[in-house]
Design a binder for this molecule. Structure first.
Ligand SMILES: NC(=O)c1ccc[n+]([C@@H]2O[C@H](COP(=O)([O-])OP(=O)(O)OC[C@H]3O[C@@H](n4cnc5c(N)ncnc54)[C@H](OP(=O)(O)O)[C@@H]3O)[C@@H](O)[C@H]2O)c1
Length: 242
């Protein structure tokens, strides 16, 4: 029964994740919103959700791997659905020169995701677990000179989810990856991106909550076309892209 089912959102202070919280609550789910910034998240929830008894807030740092098992064990409601939304962006030129930013992207998009998702899926006592959704990026589809460090961490995340989907198939647990283009969010604030390609967090959140059997979900028809072209483009043409 949907009212009894729980969605765990990791990196719940993301602008996309916050919209997903509202949509899941509207669909009758309980939500465990896990974030480093519980004050901001609480203010958002108090403002936008009337039935706050269906939401729990819990501290979660994707890069604090040593704490992940205790984090999972503390969950009062074990999840039916898990959304991994944590993300961190450092400019490619900065990342090339400053290792901490590069490492943090790896930790947030890949190591942290693998650490916590491994713990979640290996808890076979949680027979409710039915779906895992990851927020990944078109920048992980082909290595391009302007953003290959962020992109490679997203690519690793996407490949992990692809294998996880196969691994969990016999347990009938669905795995989806949202391969998103540009989203108007905290992450892209201040970046000079083409307005015609910007997608709203609400739109991406809709794609999250409606994710079904398909593994790769590319929200927006323009980004679907870009995704297709990117996948087919010969390497010498990818090299001409920014
Ligand atoms: N924006 C885009 O154009 C775009 C495109 C494709 C994919 N994506 C991906 O979509 C996801 C959502 O991003 P968004 O656009 O909604 O941006 P956002 O609002 O900046 O959300 C990213 C969130 O990740 C959280 N986070 C960062 N490091 C964390 C950590 N160590 N532990 C826990 N949470 C952490 C941040 O939490 P704090 O509030 O605690 O800092 C932030 O709220 C990300 O995975 C992002 O990479 C974004």
């Amino acid at each position: 029964m949907p009212a009894q089912k729980t969605v765990l959102i990791l990196g719940a202070n993301s602008d996309v994740a916050k919209q997903a919280i509202l949509l899941y609550v509207a669909k009758g789910y309980r939500v465990v919103a896990a974030s480093r910034d519980l004050n901001t998240l609480e203010a958002f929830i108090v403002k936008h959700v009337t039935s706050i008894d269906v939401i729990r807030l819990i501290y979660f740092d994707a890069a604090a791997f040593a704490d992940h098992q205790a984090f999972y064990d503390r969950l009062e409601w074990k999840p039916s659905i898990v959304l991994y939304a944590a993300g961190y962006l450092v400019d490619n030129e900065v990342a090339l020169r400053q290792w901490p930013g590069t490492l943090q992207m790896m930790n947030v998009h890949y190591c942290g995701a693998v650490s916590i998702l491994n713990i979640i899926v290996m808890d076979k006592s949680n027979t409710e677990l039915g779906q895992i959704i990851g927020l990944s990026s078109l920048s992980g589809v082909r290595g391009r000179k302007s953003n290959f460090i962020y992109g490679s961490t997203k690519s690793a995340f996407t490949q992990y989810l692809a294998g996880l989907r196969q691994y969990l198939n016999s347990r009938k647990i669905k795995v989806n990856v949202i391969v998103a283009g540009y989203i108007r969010s905290k992450m892209t604030a201040g970046l000079n991106l083409p307005e015609s390609l910007m997608l709203e967090p609400e739109f991406i959140a809709e794609a999250v909550v409606s994710a079904s059997r398909k593994f790769v979900i590319v929200p927006g028809w323009k980004w679907k076309m870009i995704h297709l072209v990117l996948k087919l483009l010969p390497e010498q043409l990818v090299a001409k892209l920014p």
